[in-house]
Design a binder for this molecule. Structure first.
Ligand SMILES: [Zn+2]
Length: 460
C-alpha cells in the first residue's frame, strides 16, 4: 500500500468512525407529539408546585430552565421558529398578522385570518410536518399556527385550521386530545403538532401577575396534561410516543395606570404624510417612510419618547436576527418592557399583559418539557433558544433536517444515556443566519484537516 492508498484508507476509516450515527432510522423511530400552550411563561409552573401533571413531567421527563423565543416574541413568528429551526428573518413569518408593506394599508390586523392566508406562510421554509411528510411519514397539524399552509406545493398529511370560532371550552380541549390519539392509533400518524390557546388569552386579559393564572389557568392546563397522559396510557402508546410540550413566548405586565405622558403615540412625533406604511403593534412598530423622507422620519422618532427605541433595520442588535428579510420595513421600533405603542393612543389599554419584546428579557421566556421513551427522567436542561427544537424533532423521527439555524448538540444531552453514542466527536459551534447545518460543516472541517495531514505525510 503506497502513501496515497494508506491515506485514503485512513481517511475513509476515520471518517466512518467519527461521523456520528445516532440518527434513528425511519423504521425504528418513535412517534412524536409536539404540544404548544400559547404564552406559557417559563416561570408560571413554579407558582403551583402542587399541580400533579407538571410534577409528572418534571419527575418522569425533562424540563428546561427556560425556552428563549426568537424576536419578535409573537405567536406566529415564534411557532414557525419552533417548527423550522429558523430565525424569523430566515423563515419569513415576520409578524403575527399579515401585511404587505408595499401596500399603504395593513391588509388584516387579525391573527386568525392570517392563519388562513397561505401567502404569509409560503416562504420556502420547511416546517417539521413537511419534512416528515416529504420523507414518507404521516404528519398532522391540529390548530398549530402555520400547519395548514401549503409551502412550495407541499403540506402536512392532515391539518385542522384554527379560526376565531374554534371552541375554547375544556371539553373541546379534551376532544382535541381524543382526536390526536385517534390519528396516532387508528391512522398510524408519526408526528402531530397540537395547539392550545391558553394561558396567552388570560395573560393578555388579566396580566401575568393576576391570580387567575394560578387559580384557574394553570389548573386547566394541569388537567389537560393529565387527561393526555391517561389517554396515552389507555391507548398503549406510553412506550411508543415521545411528547414535547413547548410554548412560544412569555408575558409581561402593561401598566394600566400609566399616565398620558408615558403613552407612545407615534403621530405625536412624525408627520403621517411622510410615511407610506406605519404599523404599531404593541411592543413592535414597523415604519416605511417615503424614500425621500426616510432620514427625516428616523431622526424624528429617535429619542422622541424615553421608552421607544428607533432602528434602521440593519442596525438592530444582531441577536434579533430581524434584518435580512424584505418584509421588514426600513425602520423598526421597539418598546421597552411593559410599554406599548399606538398610532394614536385610544384613551384606554386593551391588554393588561403583552409580549413581543426583546426575547432576551426574562419575562419573554417560554416553557419546555419533554417526556417519553427517548428522554431522560428527572432531568433539568439549561435554558436554550427555540431554534434547536426542530433538529431534536428530526432526530427523534429519523428525518434528515432541512437547513436551519439550530443544532442537535444543544438538546442531545436530554436523550436517555443508552441512546447516546460513545463517540468522542465534538462539533465546532458554527453560527450561521442562513444555514444551521452545523454538524456536516464540522465534519467537512475535520476531513479537510485530515486530508491536509495526509498530503503532508505523502510529501515528506
Ligand atoms: Zn402566542
Amino acid at each position: 500500500m503506497n502513501n496515497r492508498d494508506y491515506c485514503f484508507t485512513l481517511l475513509v476509516g476515520l471518517s466512518m468512525a467519527i461521523i456520528p450515527t445516532y440518527q434513528y432510522s425511519l423504521e425504528d423511530h418513535h412517534k412524536l407529539l409536539l404540544i404548544s400552550f400559547d404564552g406559557l411563561r417559563w416561570d408560571y409552573v413554579d407558582r403551583r408546585p402542587d399541580l400533579e401533571s407538571f410534577n409528572i413531567l418534571r419527575e418522569e421527563g425533562v424540563k428546561a430552565e427556560f425556552l428563549e423565543p426568537p424576536f419578535p416574541s409573537q405567536t406566529s413568528p415564534s411557532h414557525t421558529t419552533l417548527a423550522t429551526g429558523l430565525y424569523v428573518e430566515s423563515h419569513g413569518v415576520v409578524h403575527n398578522v399579515y401585511y404587505d408593506r408595499y401596500s399603504s394599508e395593513v391588509v388584516t390586523g387579525d391573527f386568525y385570518r392570517t392563519l388562513a392566508i397561505n401567502e404569509w406562510w409560503d416562504n420556502g421554509d420547511e416546517p417539521i410536518w413537511i419534512t416528515a411528510s416529504s420523507q414518507g411519514l404521516k404528519s398532522g397539524g391540529y390548530l398549530f399556527p402555520g400547519s395548514n399552509a401549503t409551502i412550495g406545493g407541499r403540506t402536512a398529511t392532515r391539518s385542522i385550521l384554527q379560526t376565531a370560532r374554534t371552541s375554547k371550552e375544556e371539553s373541546d380541549w379534551q376532544e382535541r386530545i381524543d382526536d390526536v390519539i385517534s390519528w396516532f392509533v387508528e391512522d398510524n400518524f408519526d408526528f402531530i403538532a397540537l395547539y392550545f390557546e391558553q394561558p396567552d388569552s388570560d395573560g393578555h386579559d388579566k396580566g401575568p401577575d393576576d391570580d387567575i393564572i394560578e387559580s384557574t389557568t394553570l389548573p386547566l392546563i394541569n388537567r389537560t396534561i393529565g387527561y393526555l397522559l391517561s389517554k396515552v396510557q389507555e391507548a398503549g402508546l406510553t412506550d411508543e410516543l415521545n411528547i414535547i410540550i413547548a410554548s412560544d413566548h412569555g408575558m409581561t405586565t402593561v401598566d394600566i395606570d400609566v399616565s398620558f405622558n408615558d403613552v407612545i403615540s407615534l403621530v405625536n412625533y412624525v408627520n403621517v404624510s411622510d410615511i407610506f406604511f406605519m404599523f404599531p403593534y404593541a411592543a413592535l412598530g414597523l415604519v416605511e417612510p417615503y424614500p425621500n423622507e426616510r432620514e427625516k422620519v428616523y431622526n424624528q422618532l429617535t429619542g422622541a419618547h424615553p421608552r421607544l427605541n428607533t432602528f434602521y433595520k440593519e442596525d438592530l442588535p444582531e441577536y434579533f436576527h430581524y434584518s435580512n428579510n424584505d418584509r421588514i420595513t426600513s425602520i423598526v421600533l421597539t418598546a421597552d418592557l411593559g410599554y406599548t405603542m399606538y398610532r394614536v393612543f385610544p384613551g384606554f389599554h386593551i391588554n393588561k399583559g403583552e409580549h413581543g419584546y426583546d426575547s432576551k428579557l426574562p419575562d419573554m421566556r417560554a416553557s419546555f418539557f419533554a417526556i417519553g421513551p427517548s428522554f431522560k427522567k428527572n432531568y433539568i436542561v439549561p435554558g436554550f433558544q427555540s431554534i434547536h427544537v426542530y433538529e431534536l424533532m428530526c432526530h427523534l423521527l429519523g428525518l434528515t433536517p432541512a437547513p436551519n439555524n439550530g443544532s442537535l448538540d444543544v438538546l442531545y444531552p436530554i436523550l436517555r444515556d443508552e441512546l447516546l453514542e460513545t463517540t468522542s466527536f465534538t462539533t465546532t459551534n458554527v453560527q450561521s443566519t442562513t444555514s444551521g447545518a452545523q454538524r456536516p460543516v464540522a465534519v467537512v472541517h475535520f476531513l479537510s484537516i485530515l486530508t491536509l495531514a495526509c498530503w503532508l505525510i505523502k510529501h515528506n
